[in-house]
Design a protein around this ligand. Sequence first.
Ligand code: IVH
Length: 603
Amino acid sequence: MLSLGNTYSKEELFDFDGRVKKGLGTDEYEYICELKFDGVAISLKYENGILQKGITRGDGSKGDDVTANIKTIKSIPLKIKGSSPARSFEARGEVFMPKEVFNALNRDRERDGEALLANPRSTASGTLKMQDSRIVAERRLDCYIYTYLDDENSFENHESSLKFLANAGFNVSPTYQKCKKINQALDYIKEWDQKRDMLPVETDGIVIKVNDISQQEELGFTAKNPRWAISYKFKPKSASTLLKRITYQVGRTGAITPVAELDPVLLAGTTVKRASLHNANEIKRLDVRIGDVVNVEKGGEIIPKITGVNLSARRGDPRPITYIQNCTECNSELIRKEDEVQHYCPNFQTCPPQVLGRIEHFISRGAMDIESLGPKTIKGLLDKELIHDMSDLYLLTFDQINNLQFEEFDEPTGDTVKRSIKEKTATNIIRSIEASKQQPFKRVLFALGIRYVGKTTAEKLANHFQSMDAISQASEDEITNVYEIGERIAKSVILHLQQSENLKIISSLQNAGLKFKTEEKERKTGKLSGLTFVVSGVFANYERDEIKNIIKEHGGRVASSISSKTNYLVAGKNMGPAKKEKADSLGINILDSLSFGKLLEND
Ligand code: IVH
């Protein structure tokens, strides 16, 4: 796949238009303007209207085959609507992770103490390369298609090919626009430079394409780029402002993040007051000092960052920043592990944001799901010393919290406001704490907030070991033997269970009646562990997903396409002949739903 030439100014755009006019020897031509989506370029091959292959462009010309993962993207039709003008065609576009999905993913990672993802583009790219299509499906990628290609020149112009693509079921962004003159393209640029933050995907510019396909052919290509299209890059949204001071945030895991507190400045439609400085190395690299005029940019990253210092505006001789050595919340001496850039506060027992963060995680949806308690109430309960850790929640009584008055910090105004817990809320809180005792062991394990143990990991550990006692007794090797659990997680689990404070919490939670064992009814065998299945076709008595879940619950792995690693193909009706052929040629066992059931019954 070729790339586009870039322009950065009005003049360069006029030059492009001049070359088009000269090349065609006429001024009878039109453009289609589109947005340039910042995702991963993808090529989709269709035969008889059916999706055959999805390939990324990769870094050079050779792409990766990501067909299995592409098939999880809902807006890519596996079979097009209506008929296509050619037996085979190619659709090209951009796979992306919607900003909202990206933000939610990062919020979860922050909650689980995992490293944050840098930006939606690299996350989309990483997601497409994943082995497990199930996780890809959960990540809700999307795709905009902007090019149609076939050998039969089916369309006279680009616009009609876009209309065909949209009618065939592809996601064609409706933001494109026909422009008769280059000046209209400039209006389009101006309009979208302002509106681009409202789009679900990052865009760093626009693409201008000659509409008529025969004119495109006439213009042809240079060695690298088409002569009939060019991109115009938006200027990065930047602003300069004053660095007032640096504060330090302490996360749930104790990770310290330095934050630049700025004189408020308008950037890409929002007022920016703070920017992340990431870590001590970044502060050193920028050599930023208090009182400096700094440049703030909003790039692909959601949180604005400081990209430079205006040294000529530096007044006086401000001292270089000395990074804090003690936690700003609890004064403990910070530590920095050899291979990590981040500083940590080691006082996980009593450092307030760490305690608060852990309890917030404990009550959150997906964990103990104690709905009626919110972060603010938790903070109030901590301030009033009614709780010190999550196990104290189970000791709360109605009388203690009914009418409880506490103070709450109101972020927008910076004021402290008084709040109190009303009778009805108090009843609900006590009731939902009580109800949370019924949450299954896998949730309790997740809720404990062991570093790197997210929801899926907790589920895998609970299914494998079936009780907290068994996990406590397991060696690092035994933990890493669990499918898809690595050394980093195993070490973290062992460390967590060695710390006396954690053991105290676990034992109090056990006394409160929480579940620390999987129930008999949810207990699964590990009968299918080490085996890889592909499930295909339609089944009389099951949904396909049901069969997949049964496999996973019994320790098996579900893949989406057949390879030499597949052990069994569970086949229903209407399975594609190609799949069967491939399974046959690789000598893979094919099971119908009955023999699949037998596989589970056998001892
Ligand atoms: S048309 C000959 N249209 O930008 C290349 N590309 O540098 C024609 N891109 O590889 C490409 N949005 O990954 C085209 N609306 C759009 C685009 C777009 C993003 C990407 C694409 C391409 C790169 C070109």
